[in-house]
Ligand binder design. Structure first.
Ligand code: GYE
Length: 338
């Protein structure tokens, strides 16, 4: 096990994150008609629309809710959905997008598993005059290769999680030894949540140290295994930032197995706000969650229709999100939609 504190504390993550966000912010509006000459030819004017969608996989509760939302919203919008699950592998997503191009779908959307390596396939889609709408995660490709992004601001989520951690740790006595469970290495949410969290933590109590940070691939099993190893190498860990609820839930199992009390001996903040995360929070095992809303289906279908009708859309269609602490969990649980 190699401690990645230096990497995390260094500039690599920050550069990658800041290289992505301004690219989208810089151009608030675009004309999809101009950038997608084929868009007005099919799908608009009441014609049937076929959407090719490549999903990351089924790694988390967030992903399950996101997939359901996209399927439901496509059905309601009368859009034919050609859905493909990439099982968290970029090569599967590239193959799926190539298939969509060969099938001449009206529009392609995908949630890119990692940020880099999309230029070739996105250029193929552009040459085939098929507009591409990113959903959930960003890419580092030139923005002329896609119309827009429908998804969350992950750096802001990292900052919100850090402020929740400050709240949770307020009044704590003694040193704070923090660990971080990162999402899939090279993915936009992992890079940007880490950067946002670091930004706030760097300006926070200097005695709080992030001693270890590793990739748990956004899965429960990943969180469980990596946390078990963390506890072996750093038995003094007393705070954990997990990039999603599933990894936090996996980590809780390892914390209990190590004879410690999650939420008490080790304070835990995560991101997402899925049902099982709220259950753990209502039991005091997770202390706070920065919500990341997976219900992107309706916004995506509206955007598909707008793009195919040649309307101007925002470059980044963001999602509304809230923060929750353990004392709010039980009351909020029954009204959670995912
Ligand atoms: O937080 C995590 C999922 O990209 C926002 O991916 C998404 C993240 C989400 O696996 O649970």
């Amino acid at each position: 096990m190699i401690a990645r504190r230096d990497l995390f504390r260094g500039t690599a993550g920050m550069l990658a994150a800041s290289a992505l966000v301004p690219a989208l912010d810089a151009c608030a509006k675009s004309s999809p008609k101009a950038s997608s000459p084929g868009a007005s030819g099919s799908g608009g004017g009441g014609k049937a629309i076929t959407l090719g969608f490549s999903q990351v996989g089924s790694e988390s509760g967030w992903r399950t809710a996101n997939t359901q939302s996209i399927k439901d919203a496509a059905g309601k919008a009368g859009i034919t959905l050609n859905f493909s699950d990439a099982q968290q592998k970029q090569e599967n997503q590239i193959a799926a997008i190539r298939n969509f191009i060969a099938q001449k779908v009206d529009v392609i959307s995908f949630s890119p598993v990692v940020t880099s390596g999309w230029d070739a396939v996105l250029t193929e889609a552009k040459n085939a005059k098929i507009p591409v709408i990113l959903t959930d995660r960003q890419v580092d490709s030139d923005q002329s290769l896609y119309v827009c992004l429908v998804g969350s601001d992950f750096e802001a989520e990292g900052e919100r999680a850090a402020h929740l951690m400050e709240k949770v740790l307020a009044g704590a006595s003694g040193p704070i030894t923090m660990a971080q469970l990162e999402g899939t290495s090279g993915s936009a949410p992992a890079t940007q949540r880490a950067a946002g969290f670091k930004k706030v933590m760097d300006a926070s109590d200097p005695s709080w140290k992030i001693v270890i940070s590793q990739d748990g691939n956004f899965t429960r099993d990943g969180g469980k295994q990596v946390m078990a190893a963390f506890l072996q190498s750093h038995p003094d860990i007393n705070a954990l930032f997990a990039h999603n609820d599933d990894m936090a839930i996996g980590a809780i199992q390892s914390i209990v197995a190590a004879g410690k009390k999650p939420g008490t001996d080790i304070k835990i903040v995560s991101v997402d706000g899925v049902h099982d995360g709220f259950v753990a929070m209502s039991q005091g095992q997770i202390n706070a969650i920065a919500e990341c809303n997976p219900l992107l289906g309706p916004q995506l279908m509206d955007t598909v229709k707008a793009v195919l009708a040649g309307q101007t859309v925002d470059r980044w269609i963001k999602t509304k999100e809230s923060d929750f602490t353990a004392d709010q969990a039980a009351a909020a649980l029954p009204s959670r939609q995912y």
